[in-house]
Write a protein that binds this ligand. Structure first.
Ligand SMILES: NC(=O)c1ccc[n+]([C@@H]2O[C@H](COP(=O)([O-])OP(=O)(O)OC[C@H]3O[C@@H](n4cnc5c(N)ncnc54)[C@H](OP(=O)(O)O)[C@@H]3O)[C@@H](O)[C@H]2O)c1
Length: 438
């Protein structure tokens, strides 16, 4: 049985999503049971790269969310309206919904989840925070045993890109922003990103899941990055910090009258540029990458890192949500094991023998101090097609000369044959270490 997907929007994320659904080979088998039934867009005349029957397109998005044949509505049009209304209509029609729309969820999550709970349908939103990074599902499931203490994220790629370039180039905010706009990393109107609105939407969603309560967006403290200057970044650097726009949700631990720490429901919720020590896990998250660091008891720290935007990464999260819903629908109708929880593989994967694996190698040789040793090593490597990236004579150890080589990518079998030959050379005393290089 195929589950019918009604896709609202075929822009960046919609196209990425459709491309995955249309090419299920090599992905989870459940994808083969998903069918793109309808696609809603604003204009039918727009040139589209997607190879799909033209009859699935419509500009009447309401007809998709009210069509009894549609099982899952995927909202990737963005903006507040008509996205909110379409989501609510889909729910009213008993359809499960997947959305990437953080703006709608952060503002109308209350209304949307109340309606979904009444109707007994799911609204999933993995793509709304961190693009392709799985963080919503882990917060709901894998981390469920923890008392979450804090969620700290670099959740806006545009501002992280700008701050990273300011740090590496010593450039000023306005110059980097203008360039980022030219390159398509920042919108023509950058307000949502650079003034922290987007990050606030995202931390509202994460905090709600982490701390099991609803969040009023207007209560989140918010500062953007416009006031950060090249001088601030340079001073931070001298003091061993980097400046990052952090979105922070933290449970406040207060001390009670009897001096015992007590965990209350009080939350800190804030988005602001922050000096982050260079040794902190978030300090090395650069460019358009996102990361979310979660601290929980008893787990401690766990960090999720990856591409927070773009067609492929975001679609990866959207499709994961669609599959989660399909799995629920499947277990409702069939008495089969849950397709995403069970493990029902039958065949064995073919594993490449180690001698076929290609990688770089580091090898350290101890050789007798004879003329022409390096040349002999080079010849033996060359005889087996091993080319060297670097070769260094590091000094003497126990009256033996120490030579270190790093190879280019080579088939392990060839490298080993070269070593066999090298071991027979008179000049070579021993090979104390051989390591693979990433
Ligand atoms: N882009 C990312 O990397 C990314 C990452 C994470 C989350 N998101 C979220 O994903 C959502 C979609 O973003 P996107 O970048 O894919 O947007 P996009 O490229 O602008 O695409 C929007 C699509 O929706 C259609 N559309 C918009 N308004 C419509 C209306 N009123 N009626 C009918 N169709 C309408 C457009 O139709 P036409 O094609 O006919 O114009 C277009 O196909 C947003 O909520 C965004 O915040 C995006």
């Amino acid at each position: 049985m195929a589950f019918k997907v009604g896709l609202l929007g075929l822009g960046t994320v919609g196209t990425g999503t459709a491309e995955i659904l249309l090419s299920p080979e090599g992905r989870h088998p459940l994808l083969q049971e998903l069918e793109i039934y309808k696609i809603g867009v604003r204009s039918l005349d727009k040139g589209r790269t997607l190879q799909i029957d033209k009859n699935v397109f419509t500009t009447d998005l309401e007809s998709i969310v009210t069509d009894p044949a549609v099982d899952i509505v995927v909202e990737v049009i963005g903006g507040l309206e008509p996205a909110r209304t379409l989501i609510l209509k889909a729910i009213a029609g008993g359809k499960h919904v997947v959305t990437a729309n953080k703006a709608v969820i952060a503002r109308y999550g209350d209304e949307i989840f109340t309606a979904a709970n009444e109707k007994g349908v799911y609204v999933l939103l993995e793509a709304a925070v961190g693009g392709g990074i799985p963080v919503i599902q882990p917060l709901k499931q894998s981390l469920g045993a923890n008392r979450i203490q804090s969620v700290t994220g670099i959740v806006n790629g545009t501002t992280n890109y700008i701050l990273t370039r300011m740090a590496t180039e010593g450039a000023d905010f306005a110059d980097v922003l203008a360039d980022a706009q030219k390159l398509g990393y920042a919108e023509a109107d950058p307000t949502a990103d650079v003034d922290g609105f987007d990050a606030a939407d995202k931390i509202a969603i994460l905090a709600s899941l982490a701390f099991n309560g609803r969040i009023k967006l207007e209560q989140i403290y918010r500062e953007g990055i416009r006031q950060i200057s090249a001088a601030d970044i340079a001073y931070a650097e001298r003091l061993d910090f980097v400046i990052k726009l952090l979105a922070i949700a933290k449970r406040e631990v207060t001390t009670s009258a009897n001096s015992q720490p007590s965990t209350q429901d009080n939350l800190q919720l804030r988005v602001h540029p922050t000096l982050v020590p260079k040794t902190h896990p978030l300090a090395n998250i650069n460019g358009v990458y996102n990361a979310i660091l979660i601290e929980g008891e008893p787990l401690g720290q766990v960090m999720f890192y990856g591409r927070g935007a773009g067609a492929g990464p975001t679609a990866s999260a959207v499709v994961a949500d669609i599959m989660n819903i399909a799995a629920v629908l499947k277990t409702e109708t069939e008495t089969l094991p849950h397709p995403l929880i069970s493990c029902s593989h039958q065949h064995y994967c073919t594993i490449a023998p180690m001698e076929e694996v290609v990688s770089r190698f580091y090898a350290r040789f101890l050789t007798r101090d004879q003329p022409g040793v390096i040349g002999k090593l080079g010849t033996s490597f060359g005889n087996h097609g091993v080319s060297l990236e670097s070769i260094v004579q590091t000094g003497m150890r126990d009256h033996l000369a120490e030579i270190v080589v790093v190879t280019h990518d080579v088939r392990e079998g060839n490298f080993r044959q070269a070593l066999e030959e090298i071991r027979t050379l008179d000049a070579v005393d021993s090979i104390p270490s051989i390591l693979r290089v990433l």
